[in-house]
Design a protein. Structure first.
Length: 200
């Protein structure tokens, strides 16, 4: 008899606990903060953007380099800051450009038949893309417009915007979220140069 009573009490207690745990009460709602979910999603978006920026090779051109035993590597202090404003380019024998396209030692400046192009600052600094809107970023990546402005010049080689234009909207948003989260590096990248300005 005692065993039967014990089992009944035990089953009743379990049923009560199950019922209590599945019911939501009004005082539970304030403890759930909607922004926590948004922050988590934002963090996931930034991490996705960092992954995409890494595998797409953005540091190859947009980060100045330091040289070590294995050759050039991105400078951790100036990641994604573009061609250094104070880095002068040597004159070049432009007759070689009939057969070559040449990079400078940082891989942030490229000389070709179109002239000299410089990798942009894409950090979160205002001299980079810190003040850009999503619309600007999409226009730059999808239509190849410098600074994402409709009436601006086209982006120059080697920026492969034609390939990147095929990225999904969510991927572009993730890349922008990551770039906006980067360490701001103040660096005003020079405008493109015609060949005659670099010719030896």
């Amino acid at each position: 008899m005692k065993t039967l009573i014990f089992k009944s009490v035990l089953l009743g207690s379990i049923s009560f606990l199950q019922f209590s745990c599945t019911q939501s009460t009004s005082h539970d709602v304030p403890n759930v903060k909607p922004y926590q979910t948004n922050e988590l999603l934002g963090q996931e978006q930034v991490l996705r953007g960092e992954y995409l920026v890494t595998i797409m090779g953005c540091n190859d051109c947009h980060s100045p380099k330091v040289y070590g035993p294995n050759g050039p590597v991105p400078d951790a202090q100036r990641l994604l800051s573009g061609h250094p404003a104070n880095y002068a380019l040597a004159k070049v024998d432009t007759t070689l450009l009939k057969s070559w396209v040449m990079f400078n030692s940082h891989s942030t400046a490229v000389i070709g038949p179109w002239g000299v192009s410089f990798a942009a600052n894409i950090t979160s600094d205002p001299t980079g893309i810190g003040t850009w809107t999503e619309e600007q970023f999409f226009k730059a990546m999808r239509e190849g417009k410098a600074k994402g402005l409709a009436n601006n010049r086209n982006l120059l080689p080697p920026m492969p915007w034609q390939t990147y234009s095929r990225l999904k909207d969510d991927d572009l948003r993730a890349i922008l979220a990551y770039l906006k989260s980067t360490k701001p590096v103040k660096n005003v990248v020079p405008p493109p140069m015609p060949l005659q300005d670099i010719s030896s």
